[in-house]
Design a protein around this ligand. Structure first.
Ligand SMILES: [Zn+2]
Length: 382
């Protein structure tokens, strides 16, 4: 029995020693992997101190090569410093590591999408966004980045399909962007000389969104340049018909075509029709005023100018046109009154104090500019 007790005590001591040793080693190891360096790196990142962040994160990564996030962030900093190749290299090296979990993989691919986009290599960015979607098919971020890549690389067909898919998910029925994609596709096809396909795309755009202005105007412009004025005229007329609010955008080309064809009076008929549909439109009012003046109907023109000024009192060119019109008809008294009225309006609109740094204006003096936060930047204006 005397020999048994010391034996047990000895074994217990040895077990105890190993337990203490393991705890100490674990602590040492934890200190060794130093979450501190990583945290310091993140803090430097928050402070936008990129060199410091890079140094701390590099140290964290060397001490603990399993710290994937440290490597990802090192690459991110390189990308933000426009060192795209370095960023891509670091992030790509991470992809071949074993035992990555899904979240880590997604983070790495996300970084690569951003790297390749920043480098203007959209095909590769699309590829990595696809890898994200293979892991997580509903990843909205990846889908949106893919769309951005398609737009940036003029892949309008793909952009169209993807946008449709996204809109379905968001229950959106807005066809405006889809129509604009078709217009861009048409322009792209025209550049490649595929006229028939391009004209088809313009047509589709108008079908998607009847008010899509470039779907009419761009096609008309192309047709005019290729001696198909008749067809251009048809398109421009249907534009004025369908989008009267923006009809003025077509007037310049309408005038050119109709004068070319010798149909002078038709210009006026089209203007009138557009104006009657949209009597409040400032652009159309000014076209009507111009027309009245040309016909020598100055009083009519003045009435149009006054309507415009009632809506937009700061339209300097309209004040001037109005004055000239008064002058032509010898209404000097009325012209003088008009000048006074105009000057008063200008004075009312003028704010007295202006920041010399950012041109912010205010009625009352200020010492700290609310816009650009400059001190003592306000000056009184005479
Ligand atoms: Zn300012």
């Amino acid at each position: 029995m005397e020999f048994v007790y010391p034996g047990i005590i000895g074994i217990l001591l040895i077990i105890n020693f190993f337990t203490v040793y393991r705890i100490v080693r674990l602590k040492q190891k934890q200190q060794h992997t130093s979450p501190d360096e990583y945290t310091k790196g993140l803090n430097a990142l928050v402070d936008h101190n990129l060199p410091e962040a890079l140094e701390k994160l590099k140290r964290a990564a060397i001490k603990d090569t399993a710290n994937i996030m440290a490597y990802i962030r090192i690459g991110d900093i390189l990308r933000e410093s426009n060192k795209f190749e370095g960023a891509i290299k670091i992030h790509r090296q991470l992809t071949v590591r074993k035992n990555l979990d899904k979240i880590q993989r997604l983070k790495i691919y996300e970084a690569l999408v951003l790297d390749y986009m920043a480098a203007g290599q959209f095909e590769q960015a699309i590829e990595y966004a696809s890898l994200m979607l293979a892991l997580d098919k509903d990843n909205l971020w990846a889908l949106e980045k893919q769309l951005e890549c398609y737009e940036c690389s003029a892949q309008w067909e793909q952009a169209f399909e993807l946008k449709q898919k996204l809109q379905k998910r968001q229950n959106s029925t807005d066809k405006r962007i889809l129509a604009l994609y078709k217009v861009e596709q048409a322009k792209f096809l025209l550049q490649k000389g595929q006229e028939k396909e391009a004209l088809g795309c313009f047509k589709e755009a108008r079908k998607l969104d009847e008010t899509c202005a470039p779907a009419y105007l761009e096609q008309a412009e192309y047709l005019m340049q290729h001696n198909q004025s008749g067809d251009a005229l048809k398109i421009l007329k249907s534009f004025v018909e369908n989008v009267p609010g923006e009809a003025h955008l077509a007037f310049e080309n309408l005038k050119i075509i109709l004068f070319e064809l010798g149909h002078f009076s038709e210009v006026e008929v089209i203007y009138q029709a557009a104006f009657q549909k949209n009597p409040d439109n400032i652009h159309l009012l000014s076209v009507m005023a111009e027309m009245s003046e040309r016909k020598g109907k100055h009083e009519e023109a003045v009435a149009y100018y006054n309507q415009i000024l009632a809506r937009n009192p700061n339209a300097m060119s309209i004040w001037l046109a109005n004055l000239k019109c008064h002058e032509k008809t010898g209404q000097y008294q009325a012209a003088t009154e008009l000048v006074f009225e105009w000057l008063q309006k200008i004075e009312l609109n003028q704010k007295r104090f202006r920041c010399q740094v950012c041109l912010y204006e205010a009625e009352k003096p200020f010492w700290l500019c609310p816009e650009c936060h400059s001190w003592d930047s306000a000056e009184y204006q005479f």
